[in-house]
Design a protein around this ligand. Structure first.
Ligand code: NI
Length: 137
């Protein structure tokens, strides 16, 4: 089994806010991420797929195909957008990095598996000091 990772970049705005809480409680829990008028991140997205090396190509998965899938299913949908407002697959969810990584996994998994590999990990880097990883469960 070999693991192949493709990296893509995008930027997007969001706000973390629980409408059931007071403004004070939101600020206490989410800090600057609760700023009323949103804020942005330069996200880095690492998607790792796994499989056996195909004898005809030497590839587990064509890295360009993986990049094309990441772009069409995720980057083109979220880049320069507001995750709280503009992105159908995040509708009704807190736009935390955790939920965003799960949403990205769900957008990619069918296309990746249709092309003959298994999803292994979505790693979403939100800031230089924070990233999350999702392995499908
Ligand atoms: Ni944030």
């Amino acid at each position: 089994m070999v693991y192949v990772t493709r990296v893509e970049h995008f930027n997007a705005a969001h706000k973390l806010w629980n409408p059931a809480w007071s403004e004070e409680k939101n600020k206490e829990v989410f800090g600057k991420c609760a700023n009323a008028n949103f804020h942005g991140h330069n996200y880095e997205l690492h998607v790792t797929v796994k499989g056996e090396v195909h004898p005809d190509t030497g590839f587990v998965f064509n890295a360009k195909t993986l990049g094309d899938i990441m772009k069409s299913k995720v980057v083109d949908i979220v880049d320069h957008c507001n995750l709280n407002i503009d992105v159908p697959f995040m509708e009704g969810k807190f736009t935390s990095a955790e939920n965003f990584a799960i949403g990205i996994w769900n957008e990619l998994v069918n296309e990746v598996e249709k092309n003959g590999a298994k999803m292994h990990c979505v790693k979403l880097i939100e800031t230089q000091r924070i990233y999350v990883e999702y392995f499908g469960n």
